[in-house]
Design a protein around this ligand. Sequence first.
Ligand code: GAR
Length: 216
Amino acid sequence: MARLRLGVMISGRGSNLQALIDACQGLAFPAEIACVISNVRGVYGIERARAAGLPTVVIPHKGYPSREAFEADLTRVLYAHGVDLVCNAGFMRILTPSFFEHWPDRVINIHPSLLPAFPGLKTHERVLAAGCRFTGCTVHFSRPEVDAGPIIVQAAVPVLQSDTPETLAARVLAEEHRIYPMAVRWLAEGRVQLDGERAIVAEPDIAETALINPAG
Ligand code: GAR
């Protein structure tokens, strides 16, 4: 069966991109990375993609007169690489409704909180300031609002009293790397359906959805 073709969009170090690269190297994994796009020059994620032999394209948003003009070039590059699903992996640009018109329910994102709590920036600082006992990460269908859209999978992690934003980020990041490939696999297997703005996963495997990491 043809593998789902991913267009991964990044802005930085690309550790979630790396998790997707590693997953796609599995022969049985039902997706492959068709191209990696960065809106920032010189980021480490682009080096990771090149090291894996993947096509990379840098499209600096700063050169464009409008968001729509920038996004038209994103779409052109994604189409040119035969992309089926756009995976935002630390891609730190707001996308406008016109981008989503080209990719209806075909854009997913990962965010380091249990959405809809704590969308936006400085997530871990805000989780600690609020005294939350748990946080986590979410893979979701993207919508034009920041970090919004139907939830595909989440993982929860405990917040320790001794945590700093850095220690908490590291614990959450390990779970991000686990659930992003999981969400992609479910989508590639056709197991995710939308019921309005709720995503339903067919035949979820209890073991793989045991989402509270016992290791803490
Ligand atoms: C990740 O923690 C991801 O969840 C977050 O940016 C980081 C990128 O790291 N994304 C967002 O905050 C989206 N709102 P990475 O470049 O190492 O994958």
